[in-house]
Ligand binder design. Structure first.
Ligand code: NDP
Length: 328
């Protein structure tokens, strides 16, 4: 057994440290599948883990990174054999289980999804947890019965990872998408993804009225706090909003009015412990409902050295679209 390159997080006297280092293969955790990691990505949560801004990491030492795509090297799991192309999102990777910013990972075979033929390992990480979460949110709205005929869908945090993929998918499905952003300078980018309208997020960030003028049939929100409260208060009768994020805060200063007077539904989206069958369905939908040219447009590439600077930027809301991290 040898060593491999990895970003390691250690506990320090105050907080944590993160460094690119060599990791001993003998120290990998239990699992029935060993993967040669080809690509990872940078999500908001990775930014928190690398900078130590929030207690994402719950085991030390840790290898950071919540998402990986690569090729199976060794497997004692009946479903997987050497050479299979796989993706793994969440399940505690980079939090409680040694994660993705590494040349090797050992995980449970039950956590893996086989990549559809049309999605490369790089594309899988261009999508990443952010994109797969956006797909889960779209599927939740569909399950609630929303169709393009019902009216517009608002997407907040529009220029971020979840937002960008949500816009591209919703537009391809024929929805009229209203993108809410703090970066009006990104209007052309958002319209290129398929947004029909772009609004300034300040319109949605003040204190929410219990009910306001009905503006949309549904929403996909990665912002939380007053933004989610405003979206709910502006959702049409029997509409639905999928809540996936907390970029502005974890609170929800709302009232029950949208629920009991307009029958609005608030749908919770969790990607980390999401059941495997729903994951498979989401990846299969991403293969058919996300335009690969748009994915290329929203993605830029860094290597493991670049993760530290990008982590600071993503927390400052300065990253547009998606970042892929080249491992091999
Ligand atoms: P990004 O940083 O790529 O996007 C977040 C976007 O939110 C920013 O680009 C910005 O968009 C907007 N934003 C940032 N700060 C604020 C603020 N203070 N007020 C209003 N808007 C703000 O992150 P991701 O897209 O990767 O993730 C988005 C959120 O979803 C995060 O909170 C993340 O933790 C959560 N998440 C949850 C998952 C789940 O399983 N539920 C899975 C993946 C992510 P703009 O500049 O356009 O305004």
């Amino acid at each position: 057994m040898g060593t491999f390159k990895a970003i390691r997080i250690d506990k320090a006297e105050k907080g944590t440290t993160a460094a690119l280092t060599q990791f001993d293969e003998a120290d990998l955790m239990d699992g029935d599948v060993t993967i040669r990691v080809e690509w990872s990505t940078l999500n908001y949560k990775d930014g928190l883990a690398i900078t130590g801004k929030a207690p994402v990491v719950r085991r030390f030492p840790m290898i950071a990174g919540v998402d990986l795509a690569g090729t199976v090297e060794q497997s004692s799991h009946p479903q997987w054999k050497a050479g299979d192309k796989v993706v793994c999102n969440g399940w505690g990777l980079g939090e409680t289980h040694l994660g993705a910013y590494a040349e090797k990972a050992r995980v449970k075979g039950d956590w893996l999804v086989r990549l559809p033929d049309t999605i490369s390992t790089r594309d899988a990480m261009a999508i990443g947890t952010a994109g797969y979460t956006a797909m889960l949110a779209v599927m939740a709205l569909e399950k609630q019965g929303l169709t393009p005929k019902d009216g517009p869908i608002v997407v907040t945090g529009a220029a971020g990872g979840v937002g960008s993929v949500a816009i591209a998918v919703l537009a391809k499905l024929g929805f009229h998408v209203i993108a809410s952003t703090g970066r009006m300078s990104e209007t052309d980018y958002l319209k290129g993804l398929g947004a029909a309208e772009v609004i300034d997020r300040n319109e949605l960030s003040g204190p929410a009225k219990p009910l306001a003028k009905e503006r949309w049939a549904g929403g996909i929100d990665s912002v939380g706090s007053t933004t989610l409260a405003n979206i709910l208060s502006m959702t049409k009768y029997r509409g639905a909003v999928a809540a996936c994020g907390l970029a502005a805060g974890m609170d929800l200063p709302s009232s029950v009015a949208p629920f009991i007077l307009r029958g609005v539904c608030l749908l919770g989206i969790d990607s980390v412990m999401c059941p495997i069958e729903l994951r498979k369905a989401a990846w299969s939908r991403l293969a058919s409902d996300l335009d690969s040219r748009k994915l290329t447009e929203i993605t830029h590439e860094i290597d493991l050295d670049g993760v530290f600077e990008a982590a600071v930027k993503i927390l400052a809301g300065q990253v547009r679209g998606r970042i892929v991290v080249k491992i091999l």
